[in-house]
Design a protein around this ligand. Structure first.
Ligand SMILES: [Cu+2]
Length: 272
């Protein structure tokens, strides 16, 4: 019964081109993307929908033509095959039409790639640093720095999502472009939040850049998406979007928890 209801919701979702349950975390048996929560993800979703229409039309056309040929020219109906080998107008058409299709896909695709790549007038910066196996975040403008660990199953409170909830999420204000700098302190990690359209490799010694702008307050979940060791699956990302006022309160009240980077520096200083 539960499964039937689930599939019913999925079907309705497909027809309406929306997800049946609005959430920024993955759903059981989910098909398709999480609802877009940033301009980047909106662009990716539109591109996906465009490609789906194009690819479905091509598959239907080619499938239809093949079926027609197989039925119309089968041996019993057409025992003596035509020997024709070339048809110039037809060959010109089947060369030009695919080129036009590729151009029609290529132009919006390149536009989207450039849009995703460029951080436009970011108001603030958050630095995400991958570690085995947790993230630490820095707000350079406010000198805030802290570590973010996954909450263990046994410590989960009602409403917290298993394998996705963390003790200290990234907090960002809504409606503001935030530059995200991504790097790592040990091995390769990847900072990925599906509903925000973000997936950036965290590479030791390198600073990668991406951005986000969230319109609605809410919780947006992601995970490390680069195999980084035994606890790769246990270093989730939680982005909490709040109002500007709540953000300022958070900044004021933020206890300055030293990140492991600072702890390490402290230890080294102590040694020297
Ligand atoms: Cu990782």
């Amino acid at each position: 019964m539960r499964l039937a209801r689930f599939w019913m919701n999925q079907l309705i979702g497909w027809f309406l081109m929306t997800e049946p349950v609005l959430s920024s975390a993955p759903q059981a048996w989910q098909f398709g993307f999480q609802p877009a929560a940033s301009p980047m993800m909106e662009g990716i979703t539109h591109m996906h929908n465009l490609l789906l229409v194009v690819i479905s039309s091509i598959a239907l056309l080619v499938g239809g033509l093949l079926s027609y040929v197989m039925i119309r020219f089968r041996f019993s109906r057409n025992p003596v095959p035509n020997k024709m080998a070339h048809n110039t107008p037809l060959e010109v058409i089947w060369t030009i039409v695919p080129v036009l299709v590729l151009v029609a896909i290529g132009i919006p695709s390149l536009k989207l790639l450039f849009k995703l790549d460029k951080v436009q007038d970011a108001t603030m910066t958050v630095k995400a640093i991958g570690h085995q196996w947790y993230w630490s975040y820095e707000y350079p403008e406010n000198q805030i720095t802290y570590d973010s660990y996954m909450i263990d199953d046994k410590d989960l409170k009602p409403g917290q999502l298993r394998l996705l909830a963390v003790d200290h999420p990234i907090v960002v204000p809504i409606g503001i472009t935030v530059r995200i700098l991504v790097t790592s302190q040990d091995v390769l990690h990847s900072f990925a939040v599906p509903s925000l359209g973000i997936k950036k490799d965290a590479i030791p010694g390198r600073l990668n850049e991406t951005w986000l702008r969230i319109a609605k307050e809410g919780d947006y979940y992601g995970q490390c998406s680069e195999l980084c060791g035994t606890k790769h699956g246990f270093m989730p990302i939680h982005v909490k979007a709040v109002s500007q006022q709540d953000y300022e309160t958070w900044v004021q009240s933020k206890v300055l928890l030293p990140s492991s980077t600072q702890r390490q520096k402290g230890i080294e200083k102590g040694k020297a």
